[in-house]
Design a protein around this ligand. Structure first.
Ligand code: SAM
Ligand code: SF4
Ligand code: SF4
Length: 380
């Protein structure tokens, strides 16, 4: 089967159906892309919907009542997601992160967590299963998720001040409910909880120190706060470089309030640079996606809600794995796990994405090519 362009009923981003190699080799868990990078981390988007309208991700004027989200039939079922996760794990993935849209809007998500928790790597270990959420429904769901096998959670929180937070989520959602979600996650045994703050200069940069102070004083090492540079993902958020506050400046502001010392990275491909409060008040991190590209070690792939594989957060073209799950070979037989694994292996082997390293040059080219994928559709 050659590479085929498919006209999709719900066409939003271009996709190709991956070629299935004639002779499928059994997965070895040792894939390397064209830059020698392994595949270790799969981010799975379980819905493209969200109850927030953060301006940097789903601005209200674009994602309004007329916006057409994916129809139910387009979504991968839990069984399809689990099958793909099993195949990816055989190909070397050790970490699964559920994301969205808002993943807790997907009904019975704990059932999926349970299915994923039962999978084993070739070495016989469970995969590391984590979730990124806006925290709005976490107080209700933390315990069930933990009981199903969730190991960790990352909560996005852009401000401590209620008025700033309500403005940023743009649906008037109170900060107290997200803080209650963080508490519930800690109670459920999901510590340490990571809390991610996207920093936009002039919008919430005055929240850096208050949020750090709150987390230190209330939770100490139980919560790891991380500051993310505002990124130019997708095509709808009107990104401007002057709204990016470089991580270096975040660290300067923090260390003026609470002296810090640098920590070594714990794992290759780790996105955050880690710091520790000198007084033992815990840890913080900065994710410098714009000012300090970390493509060289990027071992992440992303699976969209309807089963397209994206090799980079800034990709405009996916690889339609759902077509393999639901389709059949020219002989009319369903594709086997080994065949789908081999197709994924071939896609990964051709990967040379490194958008953040090339950002300057590619920005100048923007608008001429295909539309870039949106964050709510493939997750962070
Ligand atoms: N709704 C969930 C949440 O907000 O945690 C999960 C999906 S959200 C797309 C994943 C992460 O992407 C969040 O931490 C969010 O803050 C981050 N994000 C979204 N748009 C971003 C942007 N333009 N720059 C940097 N981070 C962004
Ligand atoms: Fe929703 Fe998360 Fe995007 Fe905010 S960042 S709009 S919470 S998907
Ligand atoms: Fe990975 Fe693409 Fe981000 Fe570079 S820009 S770190 S390749 S996702």
């Amino acid at each position: 089967m050659g590479e085929t362009f498919i006209p999709l009923a719900d066409l939003r981003y271009a996709a190709v159906v991956p070629e299935v190699p004639r002779r499928a080799q059994a997965p070895q868990g040792l894939l390397a892309d064209r830059l020698g990078r392994p595949l270790r981390d799969l981010r799975i988007s379980v819905t493209d919907r969200c109850n927030f309208r953060c301006s940097y991700c789903m601005p209200k004027d674009v994602f309004d009542k007329d916006y057409r989200f994916l129809p139910q039939t387009s979504l991968l079922s839990f069984e399809e997601i689990t099958r793909l996760a099993r195949i990816f794990i055989a190909q070397g993935v050790v970490k699964l992160r559920l994301t969205g849209g808002e993943p807790l809007l997907r009904k019975h998500l704990e059932t999926l967590v349970g299915q994923l928790a039962a999978l084993r790597t070739p070495a016989g270990d469970a995969a590391d299963i984590t979730l990124t959420t806006n925290g709005s429904l976490l107080a209700r769901k933390a315990q069930a998720l933990r009981d199903a096998g969730l190991q960790r959670v990352t909560v996005s929180l852009d401000a401590l001040d209620d008025a700033v937070f309500r403005r940023m989520n743009d649906v008037d959602f109170p900060v107290a409910d997200v803080l209650a979600g963080i508490e519930a996650a800690l109670h459920a045994g999901l510590a340490p909880v990571k809390v991610n703050m996207v920093v936009k200069r002039g919008t919430n940069d005055d929240q850096i120190v208050p949020l750090a102070r709150h987390m230190r004083e209330h939770y100490g090492p139980q919560v790891v706060l991380r500051f993310i540079e505002y990124m130019d993902v997708g095509a709808t958020n009107g990104w401007r470089m002057d709204e990016v506050l470089p991580s270096q400046e975040v660290v300067q502001r923090l260390s003026a309030a609470f002296p810090l010392e640098a920590l070594a990275a714990t794992a290759p491909g780790e996105t955050a640079q880690r710091w520790r409060y000198r007084d033992g008040g815990g840890e913080v991190g900065v994710i410098s996606s714009v000012t300090q590209a970390f493509c060289r070690d990027c071992n992440r792939a992303r699976l969209s809600t309807e089963g397209k594989l994206f090799l980079c957060l800034f990709a405009s073209r996916g690889h339609d794995l759902r077509a393999l799950l639901r389709g059949a070979s020219p002989e009319g037989t369903a594709w086997s796990d080994a065949q789908i694994a081999a197709a994924i292996g071939q896609v990964w082997a051709g990967r040379d994405d490194r958008y953040s390293e090339l950002r300057g040059a590619l920005q100048a080219d923007a608008g001429r090519g295909e539309r870039r994928v949106e964050m709510h559709y493939i997750g962070g």
